[in-house]
Design a binder for this molecule. Structure first.
Ligand code: NIG
Ligand code: FE
Length: 400
C-alpha cells in the first residue's frame, strides 16, 4: 500500500494487517511482511494498493438522516429574502418536517434513510451518527430512532443514535415550551433510555428553540440516566451554548459560528469536540465563520460533518464537506481529514476507530490519490476504489 495515515500522519510505502474485524498491525511494508502472526504467508489475502492512499473509515458525526418530505418551498422563500429564523417563527422550518415525519410510515422513513446512508457509504463512510428530533412525541421519536438503528442491519455501517427531543417546540405545545420540556424529561427520555434506543442526547439551544435553563434540565436528566450529551450550540447567535455544553462535559458542541473565546476555553477544559458544519453555513448563507483560529490556539479538536437534514444542510457527501471545510473555514487538508476520522470518533465517544492502528476496528477505504490535499481538492464526490468495514470488503470499484 502506498500510504497508510495513522490519525492524520501519512506513512509512505505502508502496509496494514487485519484479522477478522480488527487491525492487528500497521507499519512499513517490510515490517508487516515480517510480522510474527504471518507464519504461513500463503494464507495471506493480500490487496495491493500501490499508488493509492489508505484512510481510516470516515465518520459522519452529525446527521439528521431520518426524515420525510423536503423543504424546497422554504429554500425558495429564503431566496426571496425570508430568513431561516422567520420561517421557523411562522411555524415552518423544523416543524414542517415534524408534520411530514409524523405522517410517514416506518417503512417509508427506512427507505429514505437507507438511500441517503447508501450514498454516504459509497464515499467511504463507515460510521454515522443519526439524530431523532423530527417526531417530538414519544411514539414518533421511537419510530425515528428504530429506523436509525435498523440501518446497521441493512448496510455496512455502524450507527450512533442520538435523542434530540429538545429540537423544536411542537405545535401542540405552542407558548408552553416548559411543559414540553417536562414531557421530554419525565416521559420521553426515561422511556428512550429504558429501550436502549439512544447512545447520546442532543438539544438545540437558540432563541428559536430552547433556553439555557431548559437545556440544562434535559442534560441533567440525560446524565441521571447515564447518557452523554452533545449540543447544537451558538449556530445563529451567541447563546452561551459552548459554555453550557462544556459544563455538562458534552462529547461535542456543534455549529459554533458565534462562540467567543471564553466558550472555546470552556470546550478545551471539558475535552469537548468542536463539530463544524460547513454545509449549514453555506446553505443558510451565514456570514459569521466559526472561530477556527481560537480552536487552534486552544487546541480544541475540530470535527467536520454533513449535518444532513432537509432544512439547513441537504448534503449527503462528506467528501464535499471536506472541501467546504477547507474553502469556507480555512482548514488545512490534514485538519479536514482529521475532522472526519480521529476527531469525529472522539465526538461520538469512540476510541476504537478513526485511526489506523493496531487494535482498532478494521474500517478503512482506499483512494486513488497521492495526498490529503488531492482528496480535499475536488468540489463534489470522488469514489474510493475500495471500502472495508469491520474487516469485510464492502465495495470495490475497478480502476478506470
Ligand atoms: O443542525 N439547528 C438545528 N437543527 C438542524 C436544522 C434542522 C432543520 O432545519 O430541519 C441543524 O442545522
Ligand atoms: Fe444539526
Amino acid at each position: 500500500m502506498a500510504d497508510a495515515p495513522s490519525g492524520a500522519d501519512v506513512v509512505n510505502n505502508g502496509a496494514l494487517l487485519t484479522h477478522e474485524d480488527k487491525i492487528i498491525a500497521v507499519g512499513s511494508a517490510e515490517e508487516i511482511l515480517m510480522h510474527p502472526s504471518l507464519t504461513n504467508a500463503s494464507m495471506l489475502d493480500r490487496i495491493d494498493c500501490k499508488n493509492q492512499l489508505l484512510l481510516p473509515g470516515f465518520i459522519d458525526c452529525h446527521t439528521h438522516l431520518v426524515y420525510a418530505g423536503d423543504r424546497s418551498r422554504e429554500f425558495e422563500q429564503r431566496l426571496e429574502g425570508v430568513s431561516y429564523e422567520e420561517i421557523a417563527r411562522l411555524g415552518g422550518g423544523i416543524r414542517s418536517t415534524v408534520t411530514d415525519t409524523r405522517h410517514s410510515a416506518q417503512e417509508d422513513l427506512v427507505r429514505g434513510a437507507v438511500s441517503r446512508a447508501k450514498r454516504m457509504c459509497s464515499e467511504g463512510v463507515t460510521t454515522i451518527e443519526v439524530k431523532g428530533g423530527y417526531g417530538l412525541t414519544l411514539e414518533c421519536e421511537q419510530k425515528m430512532l428504530r429506523v436509525a438503528r435498523s440501518l446497521e442491519t441493512v448496510l455496512p455501517v455502524s450507527v450512533h443514535t442520538t435523542f434530540l427531543g429538545a429540537h423544536a417546540v411542537p405545535e401542540e405545545f405552542s407558548g408552553r415550551s416548559d411543559g414540553y420540556i417536562d414531557l421530554v424529561c419525565s416521559v420521553m427520555l426515561p422511556e428512550i433510555a429504558k429501550e436502549g434506543l439512544a447512545d447520546s442526547v442532543d438539544a438545540f439551544c437558540e432563541n428559536i428553540a430552547f433556553s439555557e435553563p431548559q437545556v440544562r434540565r434535559v442534560f441533567e436528566k440525560a446524565h441521571a440516566l447515564g447518557l452523554p450529551v452533545r449540543l447544537h450550540a451558538d449556530q445563529l447567535s451567541n447563546s452561551q451554548g459552548a459554555r453550557l455544553a462544556a459544563e455538562f462535559s458534552a462529547l461535542s458542541a456543534d455549529h459554533l459560528e458565534y462562540t467567543d473565546e471564553a466558550g472555546v476555553r470552556a470546550l478545551k477544559q471539558a475535552g469537548t469536540v468542536a463539530v463544524l458544519l460547513p454545509g449549514a453555513f453555506y446553505f443558510l448563507k451565514e456570514q459569521q465563520r466559526p472561530p477556527v483560529n481560537l480552536f487552534r490556539k486552544h487546541q480544541v479538536p475540530m470535527a467536520l460533518a454533513t449535518d444532513c437534514n432537509p432544512g439547513s444542510s441537504p448534503v449527503e457527501s462528506l467528501l464535499l464537506i471536506l472541501n467546504m471545510g477547507c474553502v469556507l473555514f480555512g482548514l488545512t487538508p490534514r485538519e479536514a481529514v482529521a475532522g472526519i476520522t480521529v476527531h469525529a470518533a472522539k465526538a461520538l465517544g469512540y476510541s476504537d476507530r478513526g485511526v489506523l492502528a493496531s487494535g482498532k476496528r478494521a474500517d478503512f477505504s482506499v483512494f486513488e490519490v497521492e495526498s490529503l490535499a488531492q482528496l480535499c481538492y475536488p468540489v463534489g464526490t470522488r469514489e474510493p476504489s475500495m471500502v472495508i468495514q469491520a474487516g469485510n470488503l464492502v465495495s470495490k470499484n475497478p480502476k478506470p
